[in-house]
Design a protein around this ligand. Structure first.
Ligand code: BGC
Length: 460
């Protein structure tokens, strides 16, 4: 297969400096990973990305999170690797309680880490279907996104000092999935998502990020696929793949080679395996897919089946193996309420309600879920079709405040984080299932952390 390679000659880059840095680290990358890399020669340059970046890699542990986790009663997991979130422009240089990007990378080198994980999360009009993580850039600020946010990040990541680190990026969670489900004419539409669909700035921003970061040969870009309870329905599943392929991975400087894979369940709570049923299980003569309110015609009831299905679809669409990750930071659902076996009910609804491990009220619930636990610890190649379980959402960091809290971080108040809220069409008008007394999204939420530790599955 002839893969197009990112360098100054075959592709025009916004800035010469970036292209030069990229070319230098091609060489450095080869020296380090040459033995295990599936290096592919094209006419002029050799690429050196490995197939699964997690394989054999020591992953950076963020000391800022680690300190809070160990002080908060989580010493058993405090040395696990979590993603660093660049959740606003100021995060690049560091904010209170969080070192900046360069300081993280330097600490990674000090740790002797091979792999560094970062979330790129600052699109214009961010988080269009919710309010808790709205972000700092207005809907039309695509130029600022590119020059004030992505370019400086690309510059730092492209420093030859970091060329031997594999850098895994999760690019702009929730954005593309929102353009499928939360737009007109659907009942789930929001005004902000309609605006973002109309102006195209999510696709442009993601395209720019993929291109600028993908120009660095040690960067592995992963695009967010929401989770099974979001895009698992037929109306959403293939249209999302079309959105990715037709409007994003060739947009605004990106090319398909800039995408290494996709990530599921980021900051969400879907279980890896519903152990006691799948969508096609027949109870009382009917498949639960059509007969249970919980499944409600979804093809998927859990994250592994969903991620694998997208892995196969995208591998076909890209014409090469596509890597899949799952965020398992908070999908454990252990503790006393975890069902130990399938229900004996012959009523499909009762059967699913009594058998399901996912303890939420509705799969559309996403904020600080009551009863959740830490999930599988980060692992490389945990099972066929999945390259790694990762902790993208650092456990203990809030999803959003349960009441309005004034702030200068671009965080709004979303009633999905209020335990008294009775819901909206996006969660089937159910109760939010959120814990009370939560701080702003991203801030430390000790009561939640304690519950996550207690309900960990596998137990700690
Ligand atoms: C917040 C970010 C935070 C991230 C990780 C998001 O919901 O908006 O500020 O960094 O979660 O906790």
């Amino acid at each position: 297969m002839n893969r197009k390679v990112h360098n100054g000659r075959t592709r025009s880059r916004p800035r010469g400096a970036l292209a030069a840095a990229a070319a230098m680290s091609v060489v450095a990358g080869l020296l380090t990973f040459g033995a295990e890399a599936t290096a592919e020669k094209t006419d002029d340059v050799t690429t050196a990305r490995v197939d699964n970046p997690y394989e054999g890699a020591q992953v950076y542990v963020n000391p800022d999170w680690s300190g809070r986790a160990s002080q908060g009663g989580g010493s058993a997991i405090a040395d696990e690797p979590t993603f660093v979130w660049m959740d606003r422009t100021a995060a690049i240089n560091g904010t209170e309680g969080a070192r900046g990007l360069r300081a993280h990378l330097d600490t990674a080198l000090d740790q002797g880490a091979d792999l560094f994980q970062v979330v790129i999360y600052n699109l214009p009009g961010r988080d269009c279907s919710a309010l808790a993580s709205n972000g700092e850039l207005p809907a039309d600020a695509i130029d600022r996104y590119q020059t004030e946010y992505i370019d400086p990040i690309a510059e730092i990541l492209g420093d030859p000092a970091y060329a031997n680190l594999r850098i895994v990026t999760v690019v702009e969670i929730d954005s593309l999935p929102n353009l499928i489900t939360n737009v007109a004419p659907r009942e789930t539409q929001t005004e902000n998502c309609n605006t973002m669909k109309a102006n195209g700035n999510y696709q442009k921003g993601v395209g720019y990020a993929l291109g600028a970061l993908g120009a660095l040969p040690n960067v592995y870009n992963y695009i967010d696929i929401g989770h099974h309870g979001w895009l698992g329905w037929d109306d959403n599943f293939e249209p999302f793949a079309d959105l990715v392929m037709n409007e994003t991975v060739t947009n605004n400087g990106a090319s398909p080679e800039d995408v290494h894979g996709f990530v599921s369940n980021v900051a969400n709570y879907g279980v890896l395996h519903e152990e006691h049923f799948d969508a096609n299980t027949v109870i009382g003569g009917r498949p639960v897919r059509e007969a249970s309110d919980w499944v409600d015609w979804n093809r998927y009831v859990d994250e592994v089946s969903y991620a694998k299905a997208y892995g196969e679809l995208f591998s076909q669409r890209f014409g090469r193996r596509i890597s899949m990750l799952i965020d398992t930071s908070r999908n454990g659902w252990g503790g006393a309420d975890r069902p130990s076996g399938p229900s004996s009910s012959t009523d499909p609804n009762t059967f699913v309600e009594e058998s399901r491990i996912d303890g939420r009220i509705h799969t559309g619930n996403w904020c600080n879920q009551s009863g959740a636990g830490i999930g599988e610890r980060p692992t490389a190649s945990p099972e066929e079709g999945i390259d790694a379980f990762v902790w993208v959402k650092p456990p203990g960091e809030s999803d959003g405040s349960s009441e309005e809290i004034p702030n200068d971080e671009g965080k709004g108040f979303d009633r999905m984080c209020d335990p008294t809220y009775e819901g909206n069409p996006r969660n089937g008008n159910n109760m939010s299932g959120a814990l009370a007394d939560a701080p702003l999204s991203g801030h430390w939420f000790q009561a939640q952390f304690s519950e996550l530790v207690q309900n960990a599955y596998p137990p700690l």
